[in-house]
Design a protein around this ligand. Structure first.
Ligand code: SF4
Ligand code: FES
Length: 247
């Protein structure tokens, strides 16, 4: 396939960015989207031009590093991660725009790379369970009912990619936050800090500049791990309980 790429180039956090047009040729439909960008970068390197900066790590849909806005959609036309998106989802002659996540809380570092450390600070604010470490406890000493374990597992599938924020018109991180709160709130070990967790994480969410949820649902549609909006309901339920305890 031969493709026209319009890619956001930005030399640094304070630099003025712009869309730059590139042509790529002989792209195999079996390549991943990132491999296609690798081909373009090899070409730019060979010409002595600055390669395009973009993030990736596992390239297996696990780490959440590879977020890109592709022709206006978070991770492109399929509901998957960019590294798991293949060129067979495009057609010969297509024009594809490639941009970084757009959200105040995810400032651009360079080209397509954004700073997602706001997510780390949300986790630091409360997305953990405090335990005394020591010998591993006997596996059946803390029974967890199967439906609760399944729900916790479904929420724990969130890989922190940020597609929910990028897709949301409010740049809200409530789906990410809801996934963490639901995951930890389903376990007995998560109960002692449950109320403090939701208040601290939501406070940090607002401090980071993420917007509020207005139930639009773009987050769930864009989520490569199929995190459902019921986790946002859970977040709101936990917040209400926490506020009742404080009054
Ligand atoms: S909720 Fe989904 S879209 Fe949002 S960070 Fe987690 S995996 Fe990514
Ligand atoms: S590079 Fe790890 S999820 Fe895409």
């Amino acid at each position: 396939m031969n493709l026209t790429l319009k890619i956001w180039r930005q030399a640094g956090p304070k630099a003025k960015g712009e869309m730059v047009t590139y042509q790529v040729t002989d792209i195999s439909p079996d390549m991943s989207f990132l491999e296609m960008l690798d081909v373009l970068n090899e070409d730019l390197n060979a010409k002595g031009e600055e390669p395009i900066a973009f993030d990736s790590d596992c390239r297996e849909g696990i780490c959440g590093m590879c977020g890109l806005m592709i022709s206006g959609k978070a991770h492109g036309p399929e509901v998957t991660t960019t590294c798991q998106l293949h060129m067979r989802s495009f057609h010969d002659g297509d024009e594809i725009t490639i941009e970084p996540w757009r959200a105040d809380a995810f400032p651009v570092i360079k080209d397509l790379v954004v700073d997602r450390s706001a997510f780390d600070r949300l986790i630091q604010a409360g997305g953990f369970i405090s335990v005394n470490t020591g010998a591993a406890p006997e596996a059946h000493s803390v029974p967890v009912p199967k439906p609760r374990a399944d729900r916790a597992f479904d929420a724990a599938k969130c890989i922190g990619c940020g597609a929910c924020v990028a897709a949301c018109p409010n740049a809200s991180a409530m789906l990410f936050l809801g996934a963490k709160v639901t995951h930890l709130g389903e376990f007995p070990q998560g109960q002692p800090e449950r109320s403090a967790r939701v208040v601290k994480m939501l406070t940090q969410h607002d401090l980071e500049g993420f917007g509020g949820c207005t139930n639009i649902g773009e987050c769930t549609n864009a989520c490569p791990k199929e995190i459902q909006q019921d986790v946002i309901n859970q977040l709101n339920i936990d917040l209400r309980h926490a506020l009742q305890q404080m009054t």
